[in-house]
Write a protein that binds this ligand. Structure first.
Ligand SMILES: [Zn+2]
Length: 311
């Protein structure tokens, strides 16, 4: 499997257009040792020329244009490079990019019933995807299941890769109506993905509320884990004046502090552990900061736009 990080920041990107926090201001002034980042987007290929998107970022158009692998072939008989999209949640950051893919192209969209309900029934704008012929193909994911994925039409062949889903225990986004919330399964709100091919496993959980511990066994057995590095501390948004809510209240386990990700990440995990979905307020973005050093010393890597690896 080949994996590429096209975007590594949380919602708003880095810098964020309206944010005067110390990180964003110093990045604009050129006084911060840090890389700018677009909003979280990962692509992976199970070994052919077909790629799958994990999330559909608000920056997707720019990200697709920047990725040579995703350019359509001039040979119109070859399959389109984007085979499908896996949606971990209905968060704006995870789904807005679907609207960039509306140009009369069919592909698969893998999502739980709850997320599909939010997108298809409550948010009619996503029906633009159905204008393609054939229309976009919505595939149902259980919040805790295993799905064999085939690149060819012939599903009697062994699967090209297996997608296992891990319920992460989050909430639906605050734009979802009370009526829809009553109709959708809570466990469908936020899931992680384990993409498996042969002996190799890659775990993707960009949004980790920490209210369920099921992510730990996935992280333990993965060769590479790309996991929620949104906030350094629980009070980070309050301290920078960006919100009155804590990191945990908006569904992100912070990295530091008691019960934080650095403390909870399973010690037995032997694979690479990479932080992604990093908010612009997070001090780990500053490569000269003590917090940056702490996460590296704890054995974590920090994702950046353009990072790639092969499993
Ligand atoms: Zn900022």
């Amino acid at each position: 499997m080949r994996v590429r990080v096209l975007g590594s920041a949380a919602g708003g990107g880095f810098p964020q257009w309206n944010c005067p926090c110390p990180n964003c201001s110093a990045l604009r002034n050129g006084t911060l040792k840090a890389r700018p980042r677009t909003q979280t987007q990962v692509i992976f290929s199970p070994g052919s020329k077909v790629w799958f998107l994990l999330c559909a970022s608000p920056d997707l158009r720019q990200q697709v244009l920047g990725a040579r692998e995703l350019a359509p072939s001039v040979d119109t008989s070859s399959p389109p490079p984007i085979g499908g999209v896996f949606l971990p949640s209905a968060d704006v950051d995870s789904v807005m990019g679907l609207l960039h893919l509306r140009e009369f192209q069919s592909f698969f969209v893998f999502a739980t019933r709850g997320v599909q309900c939010v997108l298809q029934q409550e948010n009619r704008i996503f029906r633009v995807l159905e204008r393609s012929n054939p229309p976009v193909k919505w595939q149902m994911l259980s919040s805790k299941g295993r799905l064999g994925c085939h690149l060819s039409e012939d599903s009697s062949e062994p699967a090209d890769f297996i997608c296992s889903t891990v319920p992460l225990g989050g909430c639906y986004p605050d734009y979802v109506s009370e009526e829809t919330l009553r109709a959708v399964p809570p466990e469908d709100a936020s899931i992680g993905f384990v993409m498996e091919q042969g002996e190799k496993r890659f775990f993707f959980a960009p949004s980790l509320p920490g209210s369920s511990g099921m992510w730990k066994s996935a992280a333990e057995s993965a060769d590479v884990t790309l996991i929620d590095g949104t906030f350094w501390s629980d009070e980070e948004l309050m301290r920078t004046g960006r919100s009155r809510k804590t990191a945990r209240e908006i569904g992100h386990l912070p990295l530091s502090g008691s019960g934080g990700l650095l403390e909870q990440f399973p010690e037995k995990a032997v694979g690479r552990k990479i932080l992604i979905h990093i908010n612009n307020t997070n001090p780990i973005l500053d490569e000269n900061s003590a917090e940056h050093r702490v996460v590296l010393d704890a054995g974590f890597e920090i994702a950046y736009d353009g990072m790639e690896f092969e499993l």
